[in-house]
Design a protein around this ligand. Structure first.
Ligand code: NAI
Ligand code: MG
Length: 351
């Protein structure tokens, strides 16, 4: 039985974060209320402004309170790049990475969809509809590195890529389950196992093993460098891509670019074992250059809300939001209509 009451932590953040999150919440309420699903929201003021006001980035008490929720809806954090009051890396390390590692968000899920009514920079994009399943807690981003003889001619700097059998297995299993649930049932492992032989072999061996339990999923392999070419020349060939943390970071930015717009791309930071809340957010940042103008595109945040509904066990509600967004883009495109206007238009289509 799917729960009908969910406790949601809302972290609007800085800049356009609160502006786009307000529209996502508006759409979520409009789709859940008539279905008898309630989202009980608690707002946490975290981010650059909160740090400047209080000196808190993310303390243990807040972390424990966040852990009690069923899911987290996140906007964006960060000051303007020329705002010297906020040290570079502070929010990335002590807020974003702390959440990701602390809540064990081992899957970073990024759908790449080219919507009708929007413009891809590719001349002939074909049908772009794939999902990148990026590892979230290991690889070169695990923080296993350091320097010796720092600042000398003999400085040694290392970032050791950490790949555990457990971590790769749970990621790959998630990717196969996702591929199984999609129409094309295709999974592409992206790595570089000809050069990064140790991690690459672990990934390939794990994919080979898990594949035996998913006989109806077609499995493919591509080196990361070739993948960047095919993502540009023939993105329609991809369905589900599973890859490590660093390769996934790069591929998902490219995926965002070819689908035509930073204002459209959502993401999920997922703890698929459900030992802690997953977190859903637009891929974009706080956009200080347009904050307060009421022109930010809230679509990515709205789509992140739909991913959250799916995760909470309401795929039919997620589907309604996705279809409303698709129809809205098809009719109105991405030209600036105003942030609240886009939210209102999507809500109107849900009725
Ligand atoms: P950004 O994504 O905030 O903005 C890049 C460009 O895209 C800007 O010109 C902006 O106006 C535009 N843009 C972004 N989202 C938009 C939307 N929804 N509608 C219309 N236009 C949009 O990236 P930037 O400028 O590099 O970073 C600004 C701040 O955001 C920095 O402090 C950065 O650290 C932070 N950031 C935070 C992230 C997060 O919270 N997960 C992710 C990326 C950046
Ligand atoms: Mg990135």
């Amino acid at each position: 039985e799917t729960a009908r009451h969910h406790s949601i932590a809302v972290l609007p953040g800085d800049g356009i974060g609160p502006e786009v999150v307000a529209e996502a919440v508006k759409v979520l309420d409009a789709v859940t209320d008539p279905a008898g699903v309630t989202l009980e929201k608690t707002t946490y003021p975290l981010g650059a402004a909160h740090w400047l006001d209080t000196g808190e980035v993310l303390n243990e008490d807040t972390m424990e309170r966040l852990r009690q929720h069923d899911a987290i809806l996140f906007g964006a954090v960060g000051a303007a790049p020329n705002d010297r009051r906020v040290p570079s890396g502070l929010l990335e390390r002590d807020l974003l990475l702390k959440l990701r590692f602390g809540l064990d968000h081992y899957v970073n899920l990024r759908p790449a969809t080219h919507y009708p009514g929007t413009t891809s920079p590719l001349a002939d994009p074909g049908t772009i509809d794939f999902v990148v399943v990026r590892e979230g807690t290991e690889g070169p981003y695990a923080g296993n590195g350091g320097t010796l003889r720092t600042g000398t001619e003999h400085e040694i700097a290392t970032e050791v890529s950490v790949n555990t059998a457990h971590g790769v297995r749970r990621l790959v299993r998630y990717a196969f389950e996702l591929a199984q649930s999609r129409a094309r049932r295709k999974l592409t492992l992206v790595h570089k196992h000809n050069v990064l032989v140790n991690a690459g072999r672990l990934y390939q061996r794990t994919v080979d093993e898990v594949a035996e339990q998913f006989p109806d999923v077609t499995v493919d392999y591509m080196h990361i460098d070739a993948a960047t070419i095919f993502l540009t020349t023939d993105p329609a060939r991809f369905d589900v891509i599973v890859t490590d943390n660093l390769f996934g970071d790069i591929l998902t930015d490219q995926a965002g670019a070819i689908t035509g717009g930073i204002g459209l791309a959502p993401s999920g930071n997922i703890n698929a074992d459900r030992t802690a809340p997953s977190m859903f957010e637009p891929v974009h940042g706080s956009a200080p250059d347009i904050a307060g103008t009421g022109t930010a595109q809230p679509t990515a945040a709205i789509l992140a809300g739909a991913m959250m509904l799916e995760h909470l066990g309401h795929p039919e509600l997620a589907d309604r939001v996705n279809r409303a967004v698709r129809a809205d883009l098809e009719e109105n495109g991405t030209a600036t209509r105003g942030t609240t206007r886009v939210g209102d238009d999507v809500v109107a289509r849900l009725r």
